[in-house]
Design a protein around this ligand. Structure first.
Ligand SMILES: Nc1nc2c(ncn2[C@@H]2O[C@H](COP(=O)(O)OP(=O)(O)OP(=O)(O)O)[C@@H](O)[C@H]2O)c(=O)[nH]1
Ligand SMILES: [Mg+2]
Length: 682
């Protein structure tokens, strides 16, 4: 019969000496208590891994120690399991670590399992009965409430058939893990094997890896290449999420690799000390959890002392949950949706646990309402990869994010990401810009509102102007002048950039800088591609109009007082009567008996109205003059094959002072080109 490997890992759980290791041995033939000290003391200390063939399906089993001193090892082993075998000895019944292991499994999100009631050979049948009832009562309300309780003897084999059938049903009920996501293995242990060098064992939490791929060990940031792989003790070409794997990476020193390290690829992950999480305190916990409580924080296979800061007033009550930020004494590598457990320092017991939302650069202010709103939204989004991707785009800096940035933050490989992005575009949630960049529809709407605010502010400051230029609109948007900052719209779209959008190396270098956070409310510069995508939309929707190359609100009309109107007319007439020898600002001021700044203002207005053309600094011509000059120039060149520059003044019946700047102007705007002393058409 051909054996199929399923990406399913089961784990034992239960109090010390209840027969976990004996059961695994009976089931698989493997003695997972392989250490000398384990043999001497007759108890498990380290995790044991055993391949287990159930009918024609092979799954992995992790055997955990039951001793209360090794709960942290149990947590490391239980991370990444898909189903459990809760082992309870019939003589003892439910004991402290039966409870604690159950709590941990629940907090780690395990949903499937069966119960092995061991040592039935050592008790009278009545005890088996009462123990079963006792266990049933204990499991009420837990994820194992309907799980079968199977009496078994690891010594005589009694009850094995029924147990085996139940195990088969358990495996069938579990959907094997897929190989999606960025490859990542929380390191279980490392050792050296003769002829191979360093071998690192663990169960990949996500993704898959092929022999030959480059890997990185964190937090050491050591690169290495995967030379060979064993999965469930057999040679393989790849290792996938959920498989007990031994990775051979000769470049690393096995003594420098320890449990809690992480093996991954590329620069998706980095060690961090601040994490935003959602924590649930266990129902049966006696005391409230106070703000700034000191705990042990377990995630993946890592364990570190940590301080828990609550995002709520007052302490956290047993059975309740809230958003927290934790500061870890040692940097840890974790990603969105990873589970974690917190335990008290002394005496040690499990307090609660939950889901990691993501790494954060620095401590967030819990008194800031915008922050509270934003993290609540983030917590909600992170639960579903598609929502989180939408969220990542929505909160991107400069209002747009490219595929790589989204991929880094969401920890999703480009291929999987592309499919979700396409879905989000299809659903009208994201707008694609050029170059695989996206902006969110809500962001787009806010930006458009903000742009209208900038235009409105410009009109009230310069009522005589037909409108604002594109470049100026873009700069003023980014400067945030005269308009309320986007954050005050209360939508929390100001980016709180997560630490992980930075490449790993840079993240460490930036550690020092992280102490000085980006100030909330500082307007973000608007990316040109976002602006250029939105502007045509605003024009075609009639929210903005373009007149004489300037942008205005549709209802805007240029406004002047009557004296100003008169001056505008007079100045224009003056230019019209001196087509090719136009007056300079000072000359106009003298002639009109007006102040120079006022004249400058009038000249600017006439330019905006396109009645005058600025040919050079302080040299303006009437638009008609420019048109006529151009006509004469073009027809002369066409007839004569070129124009000697010095002769242009004769064509216009003017002096060199005016003719040369005009020629330069025509070169600049692309009518002519200059070759030596001659002009040709471009
Ligand atoms: N009579 C009897 N003894 C058993 C049975 N299962 C295990 N034992 C004995 O109980 C002792 C402990 O068994 P283990 O399998 O090491 O227990 P464990 O749960 O793995 O213990 P830890 O790993 O230290 O938590 C050993 O001496 C076993 O021989 C059983 O079904 N019947
Ligand atoms: Mg054991």
């Amino acid at each position: 019969m051909e054996v199929q490997q399923h990406n399913v890992t089961l784990g034992t759980a239960g109090h010390i000496d209840h027969g976990k290791t004996a059961l695994v041995k009976l089931l698989t033939g493997c003695d997972t208590d392989r250490l000398k000290i384990e043999k001497e003391r007759g108890m498990s200390i380290e995790l044991g891994f055993a391949p287990c063939i159930i009918s024609d399906i092979e799954v992995g089993i992790v055997d955990v120690p039951g001793h209360e001193n090794f709960v942290k090892t149990m947590v490391a082993g239980a991370t990444g399991i898909d189903g459990c075998i809760l082992v309870v000895a019939a003589d003892d019944g439910v004991m402290p670590q039966t409870r604690e292991h159950m709590d941990i499994l629940t907090l780690l999100g395990v949903e499937h399992g069966i119960v092995a009631l061991t040592k039935v050979d050592a008790v009278p049948p009545e005890r088996t009965q009462t123990a079963t009832q006792e266990i049933r009562g204990f499991l009420t309300g837990t994820f194992l409430q309907d799980a079968p309780i199977l009496p078994i003897s690891n010594i005589t084999g009694q009850g094995f058939e029924e147990f085996y059938e139940a195990l088969k049903a358990l495996v069938a009920a579990i959907t094997p893990k897929t190989a999606q996501g960025i490859f990542r293995v929380p390191v279980e242990r490392a050792f050296s094997a003769k002829g191979y060098g360093t071998i690192v064992a663990g169960i990949p939490a996500c993704g898959s890896v092929e022999v030959g791929e480059e890997l990185v060990l964190l937090p050491q940031m050591a690169k290495g290449r995967l030379r060979s792989v064993q999965v469930y003790g057999r040679d393989s070409t790849r290792a996938m999420a959920g498989q007990c794997a031994a990775l051979n990476i000769p470049q690393w020193d096995h003594k420098a690799v320890e449990r809690g390290n992480v093996i991954t690829i590329s620069d998706y992950f980095a060690p961090h000390q601040w994490y935003l999480c959602e924590l649930k305190l266990l129902d049966q916990e006696k005391a409230d959890l106070k703000n700034a409580a000191q705990v042990k924080f377990h995630t993946g296979t890592s364990e570190t002392p940590a301080s828990v800061y609550l995002f709520q007033e007052g302490a956290l009550k047993p059975g309740r949950q809230c958003l927290i930020q934790v500061f870890l004494d040692h940097p840890v590598i974790a990603g969105p949706r990873d589970h974690f457990i917190i335990r008290s320092l002394s005496p040690t017991r499990t307090l609660g646990g939950g889901i990691i939302i993501e790494a954060i650069e620095k401590r967030l202010k819990r008194t800031n309402l915008d922050v509270l709103k934003e993290i609540a939204e983030r917590a909600k989004a992170v639960a579903r990869p598609r929502d989180f991707i939408e969220y990542c785009v929505k909160t991107a800096e400069a209002f747009a994010a490219d595929e790589r940035q989204i991929s880094l933050r969401s920890k999703m490989p480009p291929k999987e990401l592309a499919a979700l992005l396409a879905e989000l575009v299809q659903a009208g949630r994201l707008l694609p810009l050029s170059g695989k960049t996206y902006t969110h529809v809500d962001t787009a709407e806010h930006v458009q509102q903000h742009l209208l605010d900038v235009v409105r502010a410009f009109h009230s400051k310069r009522p005589e102007s037909p409108g604002i230029g594109r470049e100026q609109l873009l700069t003023e948007f980014s400067r945030g002048e005269g308009v309320p900052p986007l954050s005050s719209r209360g939508e929390g779209i100001l980016p709180l950039r997560p630490a992980d959008t930075l490449p790993a190396q840079k993240q460490l270098e930036d550690k020092a800088k992280m102490a000085s956070p980006r100030k909330g409310g500082t307007p973000s510069p608007l990316r040109k591609d976002v602006f250029e995508t939105l502007l045509p939309r605003m024009l075609s929707a009639g929210r903005l109009v373009e007149r004489k190359g300037l942008l205005a609100l549709p209802e805007h009309r240029e406004q002047f007082n009557s004296a100003e109107q008169q001056l505008l007319q007079n100045v224009e007439t003056l230019f019209r009567s001196h087509l090719f020898d136009p007056p300079g600002p000072q000359e106009i001021a003298d002639q009109m008996r007006a102040a120079l700044p006022q004249v400058q203002r009038v000249l600017r207005i006439l330019t905006e109205q396109q009645k005058l053309v600025r040919v050079d600094q302080d040299l303006l011509f009437h638009a008609e003059a420019v048109t006529t000059a151009k006509e004469r120039l073009v027809s002369h060149i066409q007839q004569n094959g070129g124009l000697e520059s010095v002769k242009f003044k004769y064509l216009l019946d003017t002096s060199r002072k005016y003719a040369i700047p005009l020629l330069d102007y025509f070169d600049k705007i692309g009518v002519t080109r200059r070759v030596g002393y001659t002009r040709h058409l471009k």
